[in-house]
Design a protein around this ligand. Structure first.
Ligand SMILES: Nc1nc2c(ncn2[C@@H]2O[C@H](COP(=O)(O)OP(=O)(O)OP(=O)(O)O)[C@@H](O)[C@H]2O)c(=O)[nH]1
Ligand SMILES: [Mg+2]
Length: 132
């Protein structure tokens, strides 16, 4: 886990991926436990940004996490990442499908092209402003 202090105001915490990472099952289970413990114990949690690769379907783990967050009334932002890897039509379709499946708005995002960067940053800051 990496903690980034933003503007002396809030921490952006980078958690390891739990779905697809190319690591042995045992290590993956360990990460799952790490994430779970952190999410349960961190009382100052403001919300979560769920990153979904645009070429993948939401996994059962994603849906499980979203249920868990909803039960705890924790807000979640969804970003459909690596958007530069597929064409605009495919991306629009993917965002539509993800939004329907998760019943949440999703932000198309790419580090490479910068797509969605401002929108996601804005959404994070809005969340922090709302909750602090
Ligand atoms: N083309 C493209 N590549 C990306 C983008 N974002 C990340 N990558 C690449 O994808 C690889 C994995 O990126 P990471 O940011 O480490 O992914 P991660 O989701 O943090 O991975 P875990 O922490 O292992 O779950 C790297 O090689 C990145 O350069 C993107 O928007 N476009
Ligand atoms: Mg990572």
């Amino acid at each position: 886990m990496n903690f980034y202090l933003i503007n002396d105001r809030f921490y952006l915490v980078d958690l390891p991926g739990y779905g697809y990472a190319k690591v042995p099952k045992k290590i993956k289970a360990g990460w799952g436990k790490l994430i779970e413990d952190y999410l349960i114990r961190e009382k100052r949690l403001i919300g979560l940004v769920l990153l979904l690769d645009c070429r993948r379907e939401p996994a059962p783990e994603d849906l499980q996490l979203l249920d868990w967050l909803a039960a705890r009334r924790l807000p979640v932002l969804v970003a459909v990442t690596k958007a530069d890897k597929i064409n605009r039509d495919q991306l629009n379709r993917k965002v539509y499908l993800v939004e329907n499946e998760l019943n949440l708005p999703a932000i198309p995002f790419s580090v490479k092209s910068g797509l969605g960067k401002n929108e996601l940053a804005r959404a994070v800051v809005d969340l922090v402003t709302e909750k602090t």
